[in-house]
Design a protein around this ligand. Structure first.
Ligand SMILES: *Cc1c(COP(=O)(O)O)cnc(C)c1O
Length: 363
């Protein structure tokens, strides 16, 4: 049997008729960028996350870059960010000329709140939290520290659509919740897409201007903006998927539970979920000291796995000029050596999962 790490068309087949109707509606409408579908999706996604405003964008990276920029953060400023996040989170900071200050993760792979205070300086302008692998970060403590120190929080929710902390949606804690709708995300489009959610009207207004060349009224450019518009086709397809998101997340939780109960090898550390937080299992990430051997063994048995992520941002070639070196963030580096993401996706069959579990336990 072959098990891939993701099979995107199974999700399409489940709701094929709804997707095809939505796509045709847009194709026949004669209006393709920033129109009714985008406005509708923005309303629906704001309501879903419990926020007042949503601004649809081109990508998750744009949501991060524009959120940092809209807070006026630039050269000479510092932004606190977790060291084991995806590179895009860090690019959101450096693209604005600001400096990332890395924080080690906790045992849930998220930002270790205990280490934040020590990293705050008089140049700290924001705390950028990633809800990594689909699990909500420790937002109680992080929000308390941020409030006490008067530092805004930006959330990278690219992997956490629908995940809550203390019953409140990720994306609803900071000034800005940044979402990616890249096809593999839990709420994935059929191309690139992203969004910012916020309760702050002026912030929403700035992001809305920024996404369309800095203009409110066409050809009257108030700020130097970007082109980060969301198209009607992606918005219409996202509207369909959003109505199924809770069911799709529940399916992933059930898959994760089966991994939890099925994997018995003592060589494997299964992912833990913090009390009060929940996970929508964007990834199911195990740790193993013999990770590379496990990956090879699974590949020989036709099981695809992935490493999220093999090189932490402070050691990435693109950030060599920041002066990071091996040993700077030992927990992050250990995770990079030990983590492995098992196949978990919409439409994964019980047979496929049983095969993965059987092979892992035989390793
Ligand atoms: C996917 C992802 C992004 C970037 O989203 P794009 O839409 O690909 O630009 C940012 N942060 C995290 C944690 C991600 O997983």
């Amino acid at each position: 049997m072959q098990v891939k790490c993701n099979v995107l068309d199974r999700q399409f087949e489940m709701y094929r008729q709804e997707y095809e109707e939505a796509a045709l509606r847009v194709l026949r409408s004669g209006w393709y960028v920033l129109g009714k579908e985008v406005a509708q999706f923005e309303q629906e996604f704001a309501a879903y996350t419990g926020r007042k405003y949503c601004v649809g964008l081109n990508s998750g990276l744009d949501a991060l870059i524009m959120s940092v920029r809209a807070l006026g953060i630039g050269a000479g400023d510092e932004v606190i960010v977790q060291a084991n996040t995806y590179i895009a989170t860090v690019i959101g900071i450096t693209e604005n000329g600001a400096t990332p200050v890395f924080i080690e993760p906790d045992e849930y792979f998220n930002m270790d709140a205990q280490r934040i205070e020590a990293a705050i300086s008089d140049r700290t302008k924001a705390i950028l939290v990633t809800h990594l692998y689909g699990q909500a970060s420790n937002m109680g403590e992080i929000t308390a520290i941020a409030d006490r120190r008067g530092i805004p929080v930006i959330e990278d929710c690219a992997q956490s659509h629908g995940a809550c902390f203390g019953g409140k949606m990720t994306g609803a804690f900071g000034i800005s919740g940044c979402f990616s709708f890249y096809p593999t995300k839990n709420l994935g489009a059929f191309g690139d897409a992203g969004a910012v959610v916020t309760d702050d009207e002026a912030f929403a207004d700035t992001i809305r201007m920024m996404r369309n060349y800095g203009s409110r009224v066409r050809y009257y450019n108030e700020i130097e903006g970007l082109n980060s518009r969301l198209d009607e086709l992606q918005a219409a397809l996202l509207r369909v998927k959003l109505t199924h998101l809770d069911a799709l997340n529940a399916e992933r939780r059930a898959l994760a539970e089966r991994y939890d109960s099925g994997i018995s090898s003592t060589k494997i550390m299964k992912p833990q979920v913090r009390k009060g937080a929940d996970s929508i299992y964007h990834q199911y990430v195990i740790r193993c000291r013999e990770r590379d051997a496990l990956l090879r063994y699974l590949a020989e048995n036709d099981i695809q796995t992935q490493i999220h992520y093999p090189v932490p941002p402070h050691l990435a070639q693109c950030y060599r000029h920041l002066g990071g070196k091996a040993g700077d963030y030992p927990i992050t580096e250990q995770y990079a050596d030990e983590v492995l993401s098992l196949p978990i996706y919409t439409g994964m069959t019980a047979e496929e999962q049983a095969y993965v579990i059987e092979k892992i336990n035989a390793f």
